[in-house]
Design a binder for this molecule. Structure first.
Ligand code: IPD
Ligand code: CA
Ligand code: CA
Length: 301
């Protein structure tokens, strides 16, 4: 059998690997520490490597936050440095293999690239949680090509859950206990039994009275509403069937780019809150399983 090429051709699915690879050490579609049963393209592999590198420093910094929590100044400045550092790592790692791609990051803004390909990244989604020592935050990374999101990753460094999707190839989760399990949105159609995620506006953000009117209706018609504070993970939870729907107002492109692909590739729907096509960075977003979209649009009207 011919030896494998040093690097897989760009964007071609690489062969399946898993617990029992065809030849040990031969085919490696993911970082060595996490092999996958699902076919991953070279692009997703590059993205996972970059995200794992950034997660290392975030995890270390999260440990420090607990110490700083008790200091008078608090961990504020320290945290704002943590996300800048993580974004620098993402940029550097991705530029090594895709120097021609553009980059839009929450911390460093836009770097122009070849005009076709652009990474969209939130190096730390869930900053408020991080700042308060709440272990619910993520790195969100997507690849946009010709204006369309074609790959996305949301990684939760503390739970070590890796959610990833490629357009047309499905959405998957890797956990410490399970490799590349396919993600599917829930099949629930009854709103009264639905669990709905949201983002609640806070001081200085959003139209509070308008939001409260919507929340009140959702509260009265569903089994429960959750606000966990990291939008990228909210989408991942819809994709995984943990939430049946998620809605929020005023999210930025880096909050949603990876997550919306996860939901769509898991069989769910993403639109604005009126059921119209969602435009990246638009004022409202609604992600649901396939059965609850119309009823959620009605509720949010
Ligand atoms: C925030 C989180 C939060 C959402 C906010 C976002 P950040 O991102 O995703 O869940 O409600 O609107 O800004 O600031 O932690 O990256
Ligand atoms: Ca964010
Ligand atoms: Ca952020």
């Amino acid at each position: 059998m011919a030896p494998p090429p040093d690097r897989p051709p760009r964007d071609q699915p690489v062969a399946r690997v898993g617990r029992a690879p065809m030849h040990v050490g031969r085919e490696r579609s993911g970082p060595p520490e996490r092999r996958s049963l699902a076919p991953r393209s070279a692009t997703i592999t590059v993205m996972i490597r970059a995200v794992f590198a950034a997660a290392k420093s975030l995890k270390r910094d999260f440990g420090e936050v607990e110490q700083l929590q008790v200091s008078e100044k608090g961990p504020g400045d320290f945290v704002s440095h943590a996300d800048i550092k993580a974004e620098r790592t993402l940029r550097a790692e991705l530029a090594r293999t895709r120097p021609e791609y553009g980059f839009l990051g929450e911390e460093g803004g836009e770097t122009k690239g070849d005009g076709r390909n652009r990474w969209i990244a939130d190096p730390l989604d869930g900053t408020t949680n991080f700042l308060h020592g709440v272990p619910h935050f993520a790195i969100s990374l997507a690849l946009e090509r010709d204006g369309e999101i074609i790959a996305g990753i949301v990684y939760q460094p503390i739970s070590d859950e890796l959610f990833w999707a490629e357009k047309g190839n499905g959405a998957f989760i890797d956990t410490p206990n399970a490799r590349s399990r396919r993600l599917r949105v829930s099949g629930r159609k009854d709103l009264a039994r639905a669990l709905v995620g949201t983002g609640i506006p806070h001081i200085g953000r959003g139209d509070h009275p308008a939001y409260l009117r919507k929340l009140e209706t959702v509260m009265g018609k569903t089994a429960g509403v959750r606000r966990w504070g990291a939008a990228s993970l909210d989408f991942a939870f819809v994709a995984a069937g943990r939430y049946d729907a998620f809605f929020e107002y005023g999210l930025a492109p880096w909050d949603v780019a990876a997550g919306l692909l996860l939901v769509r590739e898991a069989g769910g729907m993403v639109s604005d809150d009126a059921g119209l096509p969602y435009v990246l960075g638009g004022p409202s977003i609604l992600a649901t399983n396939a059965g609850l979209r119309d009823v959620m649009v009605e509720v949010l009207a």
